[in-house]
Design a protein around this ligand. Structure first.
Ligand SMILES: C[S@@+](CC[C@H](N)C(=O)[O-])C[C@H]1O[C@@H](n2cnc3c(N)ncnc32)[C@H](O)[C@@H]1O
Ligand code: SF4
Length: 449
């Protein structure tokens, strides 16, 4: 593709769109879905299917200027231990609603920074999960870690809790970029954290990077990638910086005039693909990379709230403030504020604040969007086999989208809608064509390129 065509395409598709980590997206969740509905959904869960568990730890030592996660900075540990107490309570409240003891094939400790937890609290949470669920010892047990402030006794506690995958926040190694994003993190600090987990037997390492950050250039990004490769991570997840200062006040600490424009963001994302593919990584979905042999590079890929995963479970139960769950009936999200969450759990109630009951049309669109985001193709026969008559309106839409595609982003044969190589960087734009709720909500989303 020549650069003029690239530039024109980027301009046309550089608009705010969802990242499609779920469909419908979380901004459409409604307060009508509360504890009573969640209670019914929990009781209706099949008892012979493995589920996935997520626990949210919404605390960090300090807020990074760019951060879009549900978290807050704490100076003292008391709020964290109070919170852990509530999560232990919630695990008991939720598990009591299942008809039988369920098996979990995945456990994900996310945040915020689960690496804020003291060893005793890591042990308490792991113990509460093990008391309520059969945790598959061959399953995935993953934790998100901020390499700064990490102590070896915490690493030992995560390893003892069965953690077998670790994901480190890096974002960028350039000192000027780090100063601009309010996150100073030497290479040596990151290397030490990686070494500590590996020494404790946690061998699967992921590194998170962000492009489109203030002051980032192709040169600085190239140096960051060289450093990241020295860490020899099994996986690398990259994210385009979502700058939403109207919604997230602390992002106003970032000077918007220093942000790369759409063309530069696009060039950065393409440079990342070239460098990591050259280094032997397989591309996974739009923005993840995995060494060959890693389960993500060979797995039936799925998309969840953390990005891409090999987790095939259809049910995800989320614990903690703001945590989102996905059940056959739809989505639920807990109260976002930790205080409100703790109060409700303290009263012995479920802490559901909002959610979404999915219709049969939503299920068809969710399946199609997930397949496009993961495989860049979807089979119309698979849609009909799976959803029958409910697939009809979406099949008609596939025809319209293919006919209206003036940019060569998709190709349609008698069975498959396929995203072309040229269309891959714009797959969120293609998915948006199938989003029945997008309407006027675009200002809430990040740049699609
Ligand atoms: C929960 S943090 C990772 C663990 C730990 N808190 C840390 O930062 O080291 C989740 C990841 O989301 C990504 N992220 C956060 N804010 C973002 C934003 N505004 N745009 C794009 N990615 C973002 C970063 O790559 C970050 O590592
Ligand atoms: S990026 Fe990670 S460490 Fe920084 S504020 Fe967000 S959750 Fe906390």
């Amino acid at each position: 593709m020549d650069t003029t065509t690239d530039a024109a395409l980027v301009r046309r598709h550089a608009r705010a769109l969802p990242r499609y980590t779920s469909y419908p997206t979380a901004n459409h969740f409604k307060p009508e879905i509360g504890p009573e509905i969640y209670d019914g959904w929990l009781a209706a869960l099949a008892t012979d299917q493995p589920i996935s568990l997520y626990v949210h730890i919404p605390f960090c030592h300090a807020l990074c200027h760019y951060c879009a996660c549900n978290t807050k900075a704490v100076r003292r540990y008391d709020p964290v231990s109070r919170y852990v107490e509530a999560v232990v309570g919630e695990i008991g409240i939720v598990a009591a609603r299942h008809r039988a003891r369920l098996t979990a094939s995945h456990l994900h400790w996310g945040g915020g920074s689960p690496s804020m937890l003291e060893p005793g609290d890591i042990q308490r949470l792991a113990g509460a999960f093990a008391a309520a669920y059969d945790i598959d010892p061959d399953g995935e047990n993953a934790v998100e870690v901020d390499p700064r402030h990490l102590r070896e006794d915490q690493v030992a506690a995560f390893a003892a809790a069965g953690v077998n995958r670790v994901s480190f926040g890096v974002q960028d190694f350039d000192p000027a970029v780090q100063a601009a994003i309010g996150r100073l993190q030497d290479f040596a600090v990151t290397q030490r954290a990686v070494d500590l987990f590996r020494a404790h037997g946690v061998r699967s390492v992921n590194v998170d990077l962000v492009y489109g950050l203030p002051l980032q250039t192709l040169d600085s990004l190239g140096r960051t990638l060289d450093d990241v490769l020295r860490l020899e991570p099994e996986r690398i997840a990259t994210f385009g910086y979502a700058h939403l200062p109207e919604r997230m006040r602390h992002q106003r600490l970032i000077d918007s005039s220093t942000l790369p424009g759409a063309d530069d963001r696009y060039a950065q994302s393409q440079a990342i693909v070239r460098r990591l593919v050259d280094a032997g990584y397989a591309r996974v979905g739009i923005d993840h990379f995995a060494r060959s042999g890693d389960s993500l590079s060979s797995a039936d890929l799925r998309r969840n709230f953390q990005g891409y995963t090999s987790d095939g479970a259809d049910t995800l139960i989320g614990f903690g403030a703001s945590a989102i769950g996905k059940l056959p009936g739809g989505f639920v999200q807990n109260s976002v504020a930790a205080g409100e969450y703790e109060r409700r759990i303290g009263n012995g109630e479920l802490a559901t604040a909002r959610g979404f009951a999915v219709s049969s049309d939503d299920r068809v669109r969710a399946f199609l969007i997930e397949r496009l985001m993961c495989d860049f193709r979807v089979s119309m026969r698979a849609l009909v086999d799976r959803f029958g008559e409910a697939a009809r309106p979406v099949l008609a839409r596939i025809g319209d989208v293919a006919r209206g595609d003036a940019d060569g982003l998709v190709a349609l044969d008698d069975d498959r809608l396929e995203v072309t190589e040229r269309g891959r960087p714009f797959v969120r734009s293609i998915c948006a064509e199938f989003d029945a709720y997008l309407g006027g909500s675009r200002a809430r989303h990040s740049m699609a390129v």
